[in-house]
Write a protein that binds this ligand. Structure first.
Ligand code: NI
Length: 171
């Protein structure tokens, strides 16, 4: 956080299935896995393209987390379904060691493309919808603290959750 590249809108991917894209996604995946994240957007590693990855498998560290399929999503478009909002804790690999409670749309449809340019079209809710909104915000230059409505619910993970440092996930 503080790097101007995180605040800029990302450009759409024009050509799919290139070796450059595959290298970018492999780099993003390595970064996400090394830091135990749930998702990552290309601007977080300094690349201003509309590329996000996310995925949450069953993990004993996060027994309550819903699973989200491993996904590579290019040029995403979100469509909120209804007005229902839900508050939830979020973290971000671009501001490590912190958590904030963020309102997100509960239900949404998202569309985009995979690495090869095949269309993706999913209707999701809850944690899956939250992860997608968090990652796609990165493509618009928005970091989750900008979405927090009650700044009292923003702080250091180890202070907020002294007994469970792993609560919430970095994205
Ligand atoms: Ni993030």
């Amino acid at each position: 956080m503080g790097d101007a590249r995180l605040l800029e809108p990302a450009e759409a991917v024009a050509v799919f299935d290139t070796s450059e894209l595959r290298t970018l996604v492999a780099d993003m995946r390595d970064t996400m896995l090394a830091l135990n994240g749930a998702g990552l957007a290309a601007p977080q590693i300094g690349v201003g393209l509309q590329v996000v990855i996310f995925g949450v498998a069953n993990n004993p560290r996060y027994p309550d987390a819903e699973t989200v399929p491993d996904t590579v999503l290019l040029n995403p478009v979100l469509e909120y379904l209804g007005d229902e909002m839900e508050e939830g804790w979020e973290g971000c690999l671009s501001l490590p060691g912190m958590r904030g409670k963020v309102p997100r749309h509960k239900h949404l449809r998202y569309r985009g493309f995979d690495l090869k340019g095949q269309p993706i079209d999913r209707t999701v809710s809850g944690f899956h919808a939250r992860v997608v909104q968090h990652e796609c915000d990165h493509l618009k230059g928005i970091l989750y603290p900008m979405r927090i409505t009650d700044m009292r619910l923003f702080g250091f993970t180890e202070v907020l959750f002294p007994d469970s440092a792993a609560i919430g996930m970095d994205e």
